[in-house]
Unconditional design. Structure first.
Length: 350
């Protein structure tokens, strides 16, 4: 296939680009190169004849029309988004503009291209979203259950509300215009090339720097952790074999509380790069909680497992060890990002 991947210089998007090229797909990477993007993320495939890069914003309809016409993709994999909840609290407008209006312009450009091509049944518009659109679950021990594809939407942050809005637009373009779409909602990703503003890279890098390891509230908030390479594999499977009009929840089957996750990271660091004395866990510091902090996310991945045969390949313990090893071996990558906007300081308290 020839894939148009939006946000392909970001964390999850670059994993999709690398894996797609490795599988023999042609890839057009469309990215606006905002603060969280890094072309080093795709350096491994940059010289491949299967890879092309287009610097463009998904809100720029003229640029989108040009790119569709020039590259004639078989499918769109739409990952470009503002994704950091804390940033959405401080500046919700950017999230609405990019995640809602950007998706609208991309849908319209894709529809115009698809129509001009004679509305081929093989075309796909794959919209990649988050489990956060479903809101917050009660603890498992209290019968909180898991998110399924039928769980009602209940977004509780500006970020998740903007992603919910984009999900609804994609479904509407399928129902109204017949655009062949598939949707996926994933749990929390982690792994190599994760921009250093999210929990896992913050903990690793703060630990190495001897800084406090900030834990929101009591650290009992629970997430389902999905290794990014497993996610990329699932996304490529869905765009090729997913049923048109259907959504698939992609989870890691690895629920952990934030405090348990951080302690596990500290134990791995203790083993791989021990301190002169004490444990990295001594640096754990509890800080004021995020406003509206969701208590628990958990995905039931039964549909993608039963219909497409996908399951995650690593446990969270295996994935965390791989992640720590990657950050220890790639200091030049994360050092170059330290001066970018917001890195190293608490956001979302405004």
């Amino acid at each position: 296939m020839k894939l148009l991947v939006t946000g392909g210089a970001g964390f999850i998007g670059s994993a999709v680009v690398r894996r797609a090229v490795a599988q023999g797909h042609a890839v057009v990477n469309l990215d606006a190169l905002t603060y969280a993007a890094c072309l080093d993320n795709v350096a491994a495939v940059a010289d491949s004849p299967l890879y092309a890069f287009e610097e463009a914003d998904i809100r720029d309809r003229a640029a989108l029309d040009r790119i569709f016409a020039a590259h004639a993709p078989d499918a769109v994999m739409h990952l470009a988004a503002e994704s950091h909840v804390d940033r959405s609290i401080d500046g919700p407008g950017t999230f609405v503009e990019t995640n809602v209006m950007g998706t609208f312009h991309l849908l319209e450009a894709a529809r115009a291209y698809w129509t001009a091509q004679g509305r081929p049944e093989s075309f796909r518009f794959h919209h990649i979203s988050t489990d956060e659109v479903f809101g917050s679950l009660a603890p498992a021990e209290a019968g909180g259950g898991q998110f399924t594809e039928e769980t009602p939407y209940d977004p509780r942050s500006p970020y998740s509300a903007s992603k919910a809005g984009s999900d609804h637009l994609v479904r509407a373009w399928h129902e109204t215009y017949g655009l062949p779409v598939v949707l996926t909602n994933c749990s929390n990703n982690y792994g190599p090339y994760h921009f250093p503003e999210k929990l896992i890279p913050v903990v690793i890098l703060n630990a190495l720097a001897g800084k406090p390891l900030p834990i929101y509230g009591t650290g009992e908030n629970v997430r389902d952790w999905l290794y990014v390479e497993d996610h990329a594999e699932a996304l490529l499977l869905v765009v090729q074999k997913g049923e048109v009009g259907r959504s698939y929840n992609i989870g890691g089957e690895n629920e952990r509380s934030n405090i348990a996750l951080v302690r596990a990271l500290c134990a791995i660091l203790d083993a791989k790069r021990p301190k002169a004395e004490g444990s990295y866990a001594d640096q754990i510091t509890f800080v004021a909680d995020r406003p509206g902090h969701d208590a628990r996310y958990a995905i039931d991945p039964a549909r993608i497992r039963e219909e497409l045969g996908w399951r995650p390949s690593v446990t969270v313990e295996e994935g965390l060890e791989k992640t720590v090893e990657w950050y220890l071996a790639n200091e030049a990558w994360w050092r170059a990002l330290q001066a970018r906007d917001g890195v190293g300081r608490r956001l979302g308290t405004g």
